[in-house]
Ligand binder design. Sequence first.
Ligand SMILES: CC(C)(COP(=O)(O)OP(=O)(O)OC[C@H]1O[C@@H](n2cnc3c(N)ncnc32)[C@H](O)[C@@H]1OP(=O)(O)O)[C@@H](O)C(=O)NCCC(=O)NCCS
Length: 240
Amino acid sequence: MSASPTISWVVATTLPQLTHQAVHIWSIPLAFDSQFDASCLSSDEKKRADTLIIPQKRQLFIAGRCCLRNLLSTYLDIAPKAIQLTYDLHGKPSLQSNQKRLYFNVSHSNNLMLVALTLNHSIGIDIELKRPLDDMNLIARDILSDNERRVFQTKTNKHDWFFRIWTLKESYLKAIGTGLSISPDQIEFNLHAEIPEIIKTPDKQYTLSNWTFVPFRPTSESLATVAIPTSPITVSYFKT
Ligand SMILES: CC(C)(COP(=O)(O)OP(=O)(O)OC[C@H]1O[C@@H](n2cnc3c(N)ncnc32)[C@H](O)[C@@H]1OP(=O)(O)O)[C@@H](O)C(=O)NCCC(=O)NCCS
């Protein structure tokens, strides 16, 4: 696999047009002392906010949901509060009434939120801070397939490689919506291909060959991947 490119975020002054086979990724910084209050949230989101006892976590959740609702509202052209989210069996949020066939997924790393949006296809995104992991070898044993584990042992830059494959797997699990109810070691990537290619999964919903994975570096300290069960796609990166 080639190295993940560092991308340049485009400051969007007007809403970019989301076309067929396009993916928009938004980078949204969330402030702890955010100006957002819970009034833009639905009643179940308010309940969830109330369960977060640590004030910073509560504020981050409220800020994240307000920003997500604001972003979705511009794509849908309806008020943020009017947006109705529904959650599938494993907790993936999506739009309840979705005439525009707009699909999205969210990932957080500390106070940075990434939102990936597309039309017509389920989508998954994962961002991970490249942090020191004392138990990296143990986690690798749990999340890598046998073949991947063998490749991992040969890597000199294990740390970078590990987070790269982590975001590949998690973006995929988020795209299919199962999260970790499927163990990541059940999924396998072709690690010799230039472009990431999934070659094994227990999922029966999507055809393996149609997947596109786009790894990138949102910041110098993090790695991310967006996954979508279609190709070809064009990805644009925006910041607020
Ligand atoms: C969904 C999951 C896969 C990702 O969680 P995470 O890495 O902690 O968090 P992220 O910030 O990337 O994603 C969380 C967001 O994904 C969305 N999400 C929740 N459940 C989801 C699911 N089943 N599928 C897709 N998206 C989901 C939500 O929008 C959530 O944000 P919200 O709680 O503010 O609404 C979770 O099941 C999990 O437990 N992750 C543990 C991470 C891990 O150990 N990974 C192993 C490496 S492969």
